[in-house]
Design a protein around this ligand. Structure first.
Ligand code: FAD
Ligand code: EPU
Length: 386
């Protein structure tokens, strides 16, 4: 067959293509070399089928992914997204803020982009980039060991760096947004890399644009944190000071704060390696000053904290503890089958072994309704439900 080169090589989507006409004047597009390589790669990296997801989430509930793969860089991600374009997509980090209530009839991609890079520094700060697949706590320890300050109060939060901006992780008086500089994310539909600065992320309490208006649209590739060369200690929150005293700390350091936070967390929160859970299942809700005053009159022991805007944040754990499935029974320590409400922290729902995601979800629904009945306050789930 005689082919006549016809027109210029054009970029089409991911590939270039060179048009030819055959003797019948019909167009033929020659596969560009990169297309051939791409197709071979696709065959090689075809996701695995019917993969059990229980080991990949901290709740450890049963669920099967129709297709599953990991990716270690942007190119692998791009190829997998191309392969699975017609399937629903779920991106996994460490799986510590997810409840799977069903099988995933689509493509599950686990982010394993690694690497920690010191980008640059100025007089006061160092700018550190972490691959989205870096384990969060290991990253915190890495920064502590180099005396880069800021992350110490966020020690021992499970999961990966890539998910840290998703819900603007927070603990013991510090929220991620205080340390966040920017992030790079892959725009799934437009197939391009986008940079988000802090103001682009719309951070709020356990919230960002990635949980809201951009939900499911981006894959976070890496996050850059701006850490302090000279520490600014935050010890006023909760039991930190008491813990430092107990530890006999004479001179404050970021390491001492980290140790104190680790010790408090270990005493309060169930270890997911032992009992399945995803940390706080609900957010602490905020109410108006009027509603707060009414509640306080009715419930003098109400635990609440003033917000800067005049509203009040209520301790959801306290409200859950004060409510229950029947008069005289508290949700705290309650167990139905293998789904339960933790005995030391009522805000944490747990899987004692073989609970289904749907059973844990139902328990959360029952708790939500009973808190609403007793306090007239609507709890909102913090955990991502699939
Ligand atoms: P995953 O659970 O894997 O994912 C969470 C969500 O983000 C999912 O919707 C997922 O699709 C999406 N996602 C994950 N990675 C990416 C990515 N790269 N790009 C796009 N989307 C992505 N949280 C706090 O804020 N403060 C705490 O003190 C705290 N304590 C906890 C204690 C325990 C014992 C546990 C189990 C959890 C706790 N958490 C806490 C919740 C959880 O650890 C954090 O939300 C963490 O950031 C989740 O990270 P992950 O990698 O496990 O995310
Ligand atoms: N409380 C109870 N009963 C309970 C649990 C809590 O009365 O069963 C009371 C406590 O006595 C305390 C108040 O509620 O007075 C607050 O409790 P705690 O300090 O344990 O914190 P929390 O509000 O329950 C929040 C975060 C945690 C974070 C800690 C420390 C949310 C939804 N949760 O929990 O984050 O580690 O503060 O900063 O904001 C997570 O997001 O997964 C998580 C664990």
């Amino acid at each position: 067959m005689k082919l006549v080169h016809y027109g210029r090589t054009a970029k089409m989507g991911l590939f270039s293509t060179t048009p030819f006409k055959n003797e019948n004047q019909a167009f033929i597009f020659s596969p560009a070399p990169e297309f051939v390589i791409f197709m071979i790669k696709l065959q090689l990296m075809k996701p695995e089928e019917n993969i059990a997801l229980a080991p990949f989430t901290s709740f450890g509930v049963e669920s099967t992914a129709r297709y599953y793969s990991t990716f270690r860089d942007e190119a692998e991600l791009e190829e997998l997204l191309f392969w699975g374009a017609r399937y629903p997509l779920l991106i996994l980090g460490g799986g510590s803020n997810l409840l799977l209530t069903r099988d995933v009839d689509g493509l599950v991609l686990k982010n394993e982009i690694r690497g920690i890079t010191e980008l640059h520094e100025d007089n006061d700060y160092v700018y550190i980039r972490a691959g989205a697949g870096e384990n969060w706590h290991q990253f915190v320890l890495y920064c502590l060991s180099r005396n880069w300050a800021g992350l110490e109060n966020l020690s021992l939060i499970p999961g990966n760096a890539g998910a840290s901006p998703m819900q603007n992780i927070g603990a013991y008086g510090v929220e991620l947004e205080e340390l966040f500089w920017d992030l790079e994310a892959w725009h799934i539909r437009e197939q391009k890399k986008v940079t988000f600065t802090k103001s682009d992320c719309g951070f709020g309490y356990r919230d960002s644009v990635f949980k809201g208006k951009f939900k499911g649209q981006f894959v976070i590739l890496n996050v850059t944190y701006r850490l302090r060369k000279k520490p600014r200690y935050t010890t006023s929150y909760g039991a930190i000071e008491k813990e430092l005293e107990k530890m006999g700390v004479k001179e404050l350091s970021i390491k001492a704060i980290s140790d104190a936070v680790i010790s408090i967390r270990s005493s309060k929160l169930p270890d997911p390696r032992v009992i399945g859970n995803a940390g706080s299942f609900f957010k602490n809700p905020s109410v108006s000053a009027e509603k707060h005053a009414l509640l306080q009159k009715q419930f003098p022991d109400l635990v609440a904290y003033p917000n800067v805007d005049g509203t009040f944040k209520l301790a959801a754990g306290w409200m859950i503890e004060q409510s229950g499935p029947a008069p005289g029974i508290s949700w705290k320590g309650y167990r139905k089958g293998d789904a339960g409400c933790h005995e030391r922290q009522a805000l944490v729902l747990v899987n004692y072994g073989r609970a289904l995601g749907s059973e844990i979800f139902q328990l959360s629904e029952d708790i939500l309704q009973s808190v609403h009945q007793k306090f007239g306050v609507e709890l909102e789930r913090e955990v991502n439900i699939i």
